[in-house]
Design a protein around this ligand. Structure first.
Ligand code: NAP
Length: 527
């Protein structure tokens, strides 16, 4: 398939006079073709189609939407090597990493298809009428969850497949019954076009209404703001910087009818090295840490950006071994020249704020290489300077040397909300870990024991969320099947005649789905 650079507005492919290029970050050269930039006319057309499709799409039997999601996965996989090659050219992410990401993308689409068939997400509850109840009768009350409406999805730069056009946010919204208007990330427009092709082919094959999907591309903040402000958009899903997330939250809040923004923004994912394990396994921990820190050139939202440990000989061994490990890791090219610039400035910022440089990785030959950096500060300095706890997006991390356990506690209390907090510990460390747990729970969406934060399993129990600024709404997750909840809301039907009830709340159909009858859990009847 040749790329055309056109926008996808429902079934229409549209070219606009305003164009922007894609770049290869490894060479700085522009890539063919030039891409059309969407303006307000394209936002208008995509939102009108999404709005028109909404009622038909959300009322499709769950099985139909499941088949649509599975068809998207099939078409993405069928695109084969050229999709991976294009993603590689636009992001400099290595091909094996992109292959893994493509598998994750297909698997999460299939996981949401299975979730649709399970019916758990419908949240069916029935409290039958009690006409004889004294002193007052009870009405017949039935509840289900329905889709919120069209969702604006922002593709993330650091996951061009798994968190972009057909990524986790899109899969969750489409599963919930929400048409999506995607604002593609301007750093990988060709990859976005390939995936948009797969979605439109799947929509045609499975008979989805026009308007279930549109892709708008374009650089600059205006497009995302216009899309978020459109009255037909009912929710926003975003992954990126805190500044952009906050800007979109502001636009959404200022609308005449404000809407939820599910933004995943900024997290430094602190890792606590407990005294027991640091005494016995410092070198192993340092090697594992260096691998986690430099995975995908540190461009992971779960990158271990802060290490907390008690000042000790074990910590010194850890720092020495980390220096050796980082020196041996070949640096990769970062996603964009802008991200590389921000990273370089972030490293300088740490130095300017008094952090001691412990180790630097190799510089690398190509353009925009992300050279690893490890810093250290005493806890007292860290506690005095809030800016030291801010995210530096890339392979940089700060070891905070604590004199006492009380200092570790004080730092945890000072932390902003995080996607993850990790503890490395052995049995002797358990009482200390037990004592820290209530504070850790208040701060993070996922707490890890003896593991590193990078690598997020897509499953039912995963939480990829956390209090602000990790996300804009710590009650949800953007990874895993629970992510569908963000795009649903409950509706109660009181005293409805059977024929007027939504299908799944009618007596015969209800048995096919898990539900609560008068508060009691009932499983779906097989068959
Ligand atoms: P970004 O700047 O947050 O941009 C993400 C998306 O939001 C892009 O489509 C961008 O469009 C749009 N956008 C940015 N500012 C906006 C605004 N004020 N109003 C409306 N839309 C806006 O993220 P990025 O381009 O991926 O990388 C830039 C920095 O973000 C990185 O250096 C890093 O610090 C951070 N980042 C963090 C994570 C994480 O997981 N924590 C992930 C990715 C990036 P345009 O680019 O067209 O303006």
């Amino acid at each position: 398939m040749a790329l055309t650079g056109e926008l996808f507005i429902g079934r229409e492919r549209r070219e606009t006079p305003r164009k922007f290029p894609a770049f290869d970050p490894a060479s700085g050269r522009s890539l063919e073709p030039a891409f059309s930039a969407a303006g307000s006319a394209e936002v208008e057309a995509a939102c009108a189609l999404a709005h028109a499709a909404f009622d038909a799409y959300r009322e499709l039997p769950p099985q139909r939407r499941a088949l649509f999601l599975e068809a998207i996965a099939k078409h993405i996989l069928a695109q084969g090597e050229p999709l991976l090659q294009r993603a590689h050219s636009e992001t400099a992410l290595p091909l094996p990493r992109l292959e893994g990401e493509r598998a994750r993308t297909a698997n999460q689409l299939r996981l949401f298809a299975a979730e649709l068939r399970s019916g758990e997400w419908l949240g069916l509850r029935v409290d039958p009428a009690m006409p004889q109840r004294q002193p007052a009768p009870r009405a017949d009350l039935r509840q289900r969850k329905i889709a919120l409406g069209p969702v604006a999805v922002f593709g993330a730069s650091n996951f061009p497949l798994a968190f972009s056009v057909a990524g986790g946010d899109s899969a969750a919204a489409l599963a919930a019954g929400c048409p999506i208007v995607v604002k593609g990330h301007p750093a990988h427009p060709g990859t976005s076009e390939w995936v948009a092709q797969a979605i439109t082919a799947a929509a045609a094959e499975t008979g989805m209404p026009e308007g279930v999907f549109s892709l708008l591309n374009g650089p600059g903040t205006e497009l995302g703001a216009t899309l978020t402000a459109d009255p037909r958009i009912r929710a926003v899903a975003f992954t990126g910087s805190r500044a952009a997330g906050l800007a979109l939250m502001g636009v959404a809040a200022r609308r005449p009818e404000p809407i939820p923004v599910f933004a995943e923004m900024s997290s430094v994912n602190p890792v606590i090295l407990m005294p027991g394990v640091l005494g016995s396994s410092a070198e192993r921990l340092a090697r594992e840490f260096a691998a986690s820190l430099t995975q995908s050139v540190g461009q992971m939202c779960t990158n271990p950006g802060i290490i907390l440990a008690l000042h000790s000989p074990g910590l010194q061994t850890f720092l020495d071994a980390a220096r050796t490990a980082l020196a041996n890791i070949t640096p990769g090219v970062m996603l964009t020249a802008g991200i590389h610039r921000n990273y370089t400035q972030g490293v300088e910022h740490m130095l300017a704020h008094g952090a001691e440089l412990i180790a630097r990785g190799e510089a690398g030959d190509a353009e925009n290489c992300g050279r690893a950096a490890l810093f250290s500060v005493p806890a007292a300095t860290f506690l005095e300077d809030r800016e030291l706890s801010e995210e530096t997006f890339g392979p940089a991390s700060l070891v905070v040397r604590c004199a006492t356990v009380a200092e570790i506690r004080r730092i945890i209390e000072r932390l902003e909300g995080q996607l993850t907090l990790a503890l490395h510990m052995d049995e002797a460390d358990q009482p200390l870990a037990h004592g820290l747990l209530p504070a850790l729970e208040r701060k993070a969406g996922r707490i890890i024991v003896n593991g590193w934060p990078t690598g997020v399993e897509v499953c039912h129990a995963m939480v990829h969320g956390g209090p602000f600024p990790a996300t804009s709404d710590g009650r949800s997750t953007s990874v895993g099947t629970l992510a569908i909840e963000r795009f649903l809301r409950p509706v109660c039907y009181q005293d409805f005649p059977e024929a007027l009830l939504p299908l799944e709340l009618r007596a015969a159909e209800l048995l096919r789905w898990p539900h609560r009858l008068d508060g009691e859990r009932r499983l779906a009847k097989p068959g």
